[in-house]
Design a binder for this molecule. Sequence first.
Ligand SMILES: *[C@@H]1O[C@H](CO)[C@@H](O)[C@H](O)[C@H]1NC(C)=O
Ligand SMILES: *[C@@H]1O[C@H](CO)[C@@H](O)[C@H](O)[C@H]1NC(C)=O
Length: 317
Amino acid sequence: MKNTVKPKNCKKIIIISFISISFLITLASINEIQFGNLSNIRNCAIYSPSVENSIHPVIKSSEEDEIRILVGILTLADNHERRHFLRLVYGTQQVVGAKIDVKFVFCNLTKEDQKTLLALEIMLHNDIIILNCKENMDKGKTYTYFSSLPDMLKSDDLDAINPPYHYVIKGDDDTYFRLPKLVETLRPLPREDLYYGYVVPCPSMDPFVHYMSGMGYLVSWDIVEWIKDSEIPKRHLIGPEDKVFGDWVREGRRAKNRYNAKWSMYDFPEPETRCTHELWPDTVAVHRLKTQEKWVRTLDYFNVTHNLKPSKMYHIP
Ligand SMILES: *[C@@H]1O[C@H](CO)[C@@H](O)[C@H](O)[C@H]1NC(C)=O
Ligand SMILES: *[C@@H]1O[C@H](CO)[C@@H](O)[C@H](O)[C@H]1NC(C)=O
């Protein structure tokens, strides 16, 4: 991870900082250096071993060449509990050298009480996207999602990071993404014209024949912009959303770069189908987590609570 400051460099950085700060006492004109070094000291603290064991949200740094990913989880406004649970699952994953925003995506609110509840949720978490659509699964919600993003994320600030994300994911709320593994598989891949996911049908291994399963697929930002601008998706909105998505890229001759993440992505082992296998370490995503028991078995398998700090305040056997 060349773009992060490693703890072993901290000593050096702190010494350099000390020297430059001493200079600054007499040379007030080189203020900028002070700021540069101070921010490095802050990075040292973030990555120092003493806080390595603590559970805290995805590390966000402003490194320019870090991978930026938007994970949009399509769900329903009333699914408060699922969102609460997914915030636990994603908020405790650490990804160094990447900026990953997990957001929950649904259509227009329809009930009075939703206005208050959702506004409160947004005030606390700011991780919700409400699209201009009537709630649906296979009648264009996915189109509205992708095609709304460029305007939604466009900034008037000329210094704004562009593109806002290198990659955008459409995911289901019964899919568990292991974000560090996801980033690991993305690092060597192109950042343009990319379509990444689990090839359908289950036995197929050729990403150029069919399409990626709706459990969670990823595209590069240029494809998001193409979806917004092209007439092809607009003409074809009805049908299983993942298949329809595949039809767009085929008709538009997009996604010359494709990556089949099978068998790092798969359905939960039970019930056993041609789309499953046992849980294994090399996992980017597990799908069809339809019950709490399946979620817990999956989270336990991946040791997600191993870093829990001991404390006098609780005892978890
Ligand atoms: C969604 O809500 C907005 C704002 O209230 C409204 O202008 C728009 O017409 C609604 N869209 C649909 C598809 O109902
Ligand atoms: C979880 O922890 C156990 C015990 O330390 C270890 O044997 C196993 O490989 C870990 N599993 C994964 C998926 O990392």
